[in-house]
Design a protein around this ligand. Structure first.
Ligand code: BDP
Length: 598
């Protein structure tokens, strides 16, 4: 198996970050390979890695570039004794083919999860080495996320996403050289059970060899609180300090492969002692009921697009906490790993979503299908095998990467797919089954349901441990002067969910109204800040009348970039905060509600 463990540096392993300015070249006619670009780019410009290239250009055709494009960098490799050398990409959107010193090294499909390639036999030690990556950002109906690629009359390709966010692409997350011993730690799992005031931590470690493994847990002061030997076993912590929202206490857990008193490999990680369960209509954190309050987000910011930036993330966590939120969904793809590390530290919960978005065959799919009257059938025999394989891989990589974060409380397997035909159930059932085999913590699984996925028509909600609804009553349905009608229609739908939710919680994963940060109007009109407040007041009134509603994640945390179109004013404006992270009026309404709502 490939190890997706986050890189670290200690006496046994080393990592070198290759971020910086790389070379880049577009390849619109896909001639790079036959022209030997793996040996060096003939006519390149410089490009930041990590980075989303789109908003760095001043020319439209480059911002909207769709097709093949290449990156190149060189690095000096010191002499290494007895180490395996890996190249680790945090993400390359949407697919990559990697060459080292002109030779093919490996490939990866999917733009939001890491991949590693063993390059030990391809590199030259004590010398400079060349990495070349061929990237492609085209969308189709078997790629995750789904979309299409149009060809203009001049031959240029244009991305046609079946989803409502800009198709940012490139080498969007950090690149590392990772040096590990020949026998190394590949992966680990932990599962917490609370036993009174004590905790039992079952663990399993995968290594590439057969030497003894030792696992130790240390508290924050560095005192050892538990130790065990073996690749599987249990550790006991007396009087465990739990990981909670108001006190996200983290132990450290250290795995070592040992040979007598020598460490062959060592991997330190953080451990939060917490449990998560769905019981009847309740979501329980450490056995106590929680109500989820927060946001659907995007990795999206001015200029940097989808690139991770610690300062932007820090500001986002500060705003989430300021507003009284306790949770966000990584709509619509797994985010950079640093988001999860920060959430572990900040005490914010995450619903981790796979990039299965756009599974609806229509152009403005999310709006058109919501308006009804379209044939929304999507899971046709010609696309299912490939789509399912890509989807499965994305689920595997997401769970493998994120399963040990205490902040991750659930996995979302889809966003707004077509669910009203039996084919949808047949498509998703094996994927849910598969996801359940991957998570030893057995976290709840869910998926965000579009407005046409009503309890009577949706074939897939039975797969979910809690129901997640994306609903726009008062925006796409009966907005403005019709708001009272929206409330009635919303209540009718909620009455219908009542029976399904006799023994299952329901949360809202999206609801919101586009709002211009520059519009005020009395009385309100749609797009004004006053209307966003009225919209939320109505929605909260409805949600508060149903006891099976256990969470509200508003859409969206901040305004974000989308494809151009008549539905969007330079992006989606449903943010509670502007794109540069300043509050609209609704932020104060949410703060007031969430500071007391439990
Ligand atoms: C939902 C989608 C989300 C969109 C949102 C909207 O899940 O990606 O941005 O609607 O229309 O359909 O704002």
């Amino acid at each position: 198996m490939e190890s997706l463990l986050y890189p670290c540096i200690n006496a046994c392993r080393k990592s070198v970050c290759l971020d910086g300015l790389w070379k880049m070249q577009f390849d619109p006619s896909s001639c790079g390979k036959e022209s030997g670009w793996m040996n060096g780019l003939p006519d390149s410009f410089s490009m930041p890695v990590p980075g989303s290239f789109a908003d760095l250009f001043t020319e439209k055709e480059y911002r909207d570039y769709c097709g093949d494009f290449w990156y190149e960098t060189k690095f000096f490799l010191e002499k290494q004794e007895g180490k395996e050398i890996y190249l680790r990409f945090g993400s390359v959107t949407h697919r990559a083919e990697v060459y080292v010193n002109g030779k093919y090294a490996g490939a990866h499909e999917g733009g939001f999860t890491p991949f590693v390639i063993n390059i030990t036999d391809l590199v030259t030690q004590d010398a400079r080495n060349r990495i070349v990556v061929k990237v492609n950002n085209e969308l189709n109906e078997t790629s995750i996320p789904c979309g299409a690629t149009a060809v203009l009359s001049d031959g240029r390709k244009i991305a046609k996403p079946y989803f409502d966010f800009f198709n940012y692409s490139g080498i969007q997350r950090s690149v590392y050289l990772v040096f590990v011993p020949k026998e190394s730690i590949l992966d680990y799992d932990t599962v917490v059970t609370l036993e009174g005031t004590d905790a039992r931590v079952d663990y399993a470690i995968q290594t590439s060899g057969s030497h003894e493994v030792v696992t130790e847990i240390f508290d924050r002061k560095g005192n050892k609180v538990a130790e065990n030997k073996g690749k599987e076993g249990a550790l006991f912590i007396e009087n465990a300090h739990l990981w909670n929202l108001d006190d996200p206490y983290l132990y450290s857990i250290v795995f070592r492969i040992v040979d007598g008193d020598q460490d062959i490999d060592k991997y330190p990680a953080r451990l939060g002692i917490r449990t998560i369960q769905v019981q009847g209509k309740k979501i329980l954190l450490n056995g106590e009921e929680i109500y989820l309050k927060g946001y659907g987000k995007h990795e999206d910011f001015e200029v940097i697009g989808r690139t991770f930036n610690y300062s932007v993330a820090k500001r986002d966590f500060a705003l989430m906490k300021w507003s009284g939120a306790n949770c966000f969904r990584t709509s619509h793809y797994p985010y950079a790993e640093e988001w999860y590390q920060m959430a572990d530290e900040e005490g914010i919960l995450i619903i981790d979503e796979v990039p299965a978005v756009g599974m609806m065959r229509s152009l403005m799919n999310f709006a058109a299908a919501g308006a009804g009257g379209k044939d929304t059938r999507f899971f046709m025999a010609d696309i299912v095998p490939q789509l399912q394989e890509n989807h499965k891989q994305a689920i595997r990589e997401m769970i493998q990467r994120d399963k040990n974060h205490p902040s991750v409380i659930a996995f979302s397997i889809f966003n707004e797919p077509e669910t009203t035909y039996q084919e949808a159930y047949d498509y998703f059932k094996p994927l849910f089954d598969y996801a359940r085999t991957l998570d030893r913590q057995n976290r709840p699984l869910t998926g965000a349901l579009l407005v046409n996925s009503t309890p009577d028509k949706c074939c897939c909600h039975t797969l979910c441990d809690f129901i997640s609804l994306n609903r726009y009553y008062g925006w796409y349905i009966a907005g403005g002067p019709d708001l009272p009608e929206a409330e009635k229609a919303f209540r009718r739908e909620m009455d219908a969910w009542n029976t399904v939710c006799e023994n299952k919680p329901l949360i809202f994963t999206e609801f919101g109204a586009d709002t211009s940060a520059f519009e005020h109007k009395l009385p309100s009109v749609m797009w004004s800040q006053e209307y966003q407040n009225e919209y939320y007041e109505m929605n909260f009134r409805v949600m508060d009348s149903y006891d099976f509603v256990k969470g509200e994640l508003v859409w969206n945390f901040a305004d974000f970039q989308t494809t151009e179109g008549i539905m969007r004013v330079n992006g989606n404006k449903k943010g509670i905060f502007t794109r540069n992270r300043q509050p609209k009026d609704a932020a104060f309404l949410l703060k007031k509600r969430w500071e007391t709502k439990s």
